[in-house]
Design a protein around this ligand. Structure first.
Ligand SMILES: [Zn+2]
Length: 414
């Protein structure tokens, strides 16, 4: 029988084992991380599961079922330094409870696999989603990672090598997603939306697409004392107008659109000169690709208008982008059913942060995530927390969702 209170007790046990007064210390590729992984193995000892650690360091437990088509439940046990007790760990520890319940009922109609992804956070080497991107086959930066070092000068290949992983072999983990028919991930929200709606649980529609640009306004440096106000070409004026216009643009496009000017560097940057160049860092996000493109083109048009008004030139350069990743519609409706059954009401929302689920979805595996409310929207800090009754509801919802998905996958044959 499912015992959600055991999940909460085990999460506390993990916190005692791998945290200190500053928070969780389960940084990937460290001894503390391995201690957490060993602890997880011990929790599943004695169950009829096949265990393996793949070439990317991901840890798998397989409960064979009537169909080889597999329902995957996944999360990560690594944390950022001084992290929260629930980020990542909730999904794997809740998954343990679901697998226990399923194993106690004999062979399920479809195969069920629990996966603990290696290095989701990228806290030590600045490379997030390591294990899941290897399994998804989207990891393509091995050459760059060869050179990566942590703050103490330790090279990434040496650090992962100490845990039996090599950059050359990591992509072999791709075989793990063969036969995967669905991927389920429960996570804390890490934001304030569910709390503001007073709802314990939500269903995630996908992860935001992101457009990042450097926008540079160019004017003319001129003496702050001798240049009349109407004779200036002040680059900062263009940047300032654009920053305020972003609110209008995000509001107009709507549906959760967010735009952030994260930094402006002005030159010459002295008090006695009109600003000649203003370099702005712009981050825009949306769940819908068309809306995301509209955010970008609206901001670009606005920047040209402000440049014209202020006698400036403006230049756009893309720094980074990623497409929105949408989760599976059928799984979203099963997840909605599961949430309604345990909590009475569901809410659909996008995810701002990326998760391992995004990599799995990108690889073509039907995917969905459940979010459980985060108190005060805080995460990546020891202050991260969720009400105990909400944690228990989240385990129940994952369990219901697993059952519904297994039935769907087994019913689809194959
Ligand atoms: Zn996480």
């Amino acid at each position: 029988m499912l015992d959600p209170s055991r999940t909460v007790a085990e999460l506390r046990e993990l916190r005692e084992l791998t945290g200190d007064e500053n928070g969780a210390q389960r940084v990937a590729w460290t001894d503390t991380w391995e201690r957490a992984r060993t602890w997880l193995r011990e929790k599943l000892d004695g169950l009829p599961l096949e265990h393996e650690i793949d070439e990317a360091g991901n840890q798998w437990w397989t409960l064979s079922g009537g169909s080889e088509r597999a329902v995957l439940i996944g999360g990560h046990i690594d944390s950022v330094p001084n992290g929260g007790w629930l980020d990542g760990a909730l999904n794997v520890v809740a998954g343990v409870e679901v697998v226990r319940r399923l194993a106690s009922e004999g062979e399920p109609t479809a195969t069920v696999r629990l996966v603990e992804w290696a290095d989701e956070e990228g806290a030590r080497f600045g490379r997030s989603l390591f294990g899941s991107s290897a399994a998804a086959g989207s990891m393509a930066d091995q050459d760059e990672l060869q050179e990566r070092r942590d703050g103490d000068g330790v090279a990434l290949p040496d650090a992962i090598g100490a845990h039996g992983v090599s950059l050359d072999g990591a992509l072999e983990a791709r075989r793990q997603l063969k036969g995967a028919a669905a991927y389920l991930e429960l996570h804390i929200e890490q934001g304030p939306v569910l709390e503001s709606l007073d709802l314990p649980l939500g269903v995630v529609l996908g992860t935001f697409g992101v457009e990042r640009h450097q926008v540079t306004f160019r004017g003319q440096a001129a003496h702050a004392g001798s240049t009349p106000m109407d004779a200036r070409r002040d680059a900062l004026a263009g940047a300032a107008k654009l920053e305020l216009e972003l609110r209008e643009i995000a509001g107009r496009v709507g549906d959760g659109a967010v735009c952030t000017m994260g930094g402006v560097v002005t030159r010459p940057g002295i008090v006695t000169s009109v600003v000649e160049t203003a370099e702005c860092l712009l981050d825009q996000r949306h769940l819908d690709a068309v809306n995301l493109a509209e955010l970008r083109s609206n901001a670009e048009a606005a920047s040209r208008r402000f440049a014209e008004e202020e006698g400036l030139e403006v230049e756009w350069e893309r720094i980074w982008n990623i497409e929105p990743i949408l989760f599976d519609e059928e799984l979203i409706s099963l997840a909605d059913e599961a949430v309604v059954e345990v909590a009475g009401q569901s809410h659909q929302l996008p995810s701002g942060p990326l998760h391992d689920a995004a990599e799995v979805a990108r690889a073509g595996v039907p995917t969905v995530m459940l979010f459980v409310q985060s108190l005060r929207g805080l995460s990546h800090t020891k202050l991260e927390d969720t009400r105990e009754e909400h944690l228990e509801l989240s385990v129940q919802a994952l369990d219901r969702l697993a059952d519904k998905t297994i039935a769907r996958v087994a019913g689809a044959g194959g």
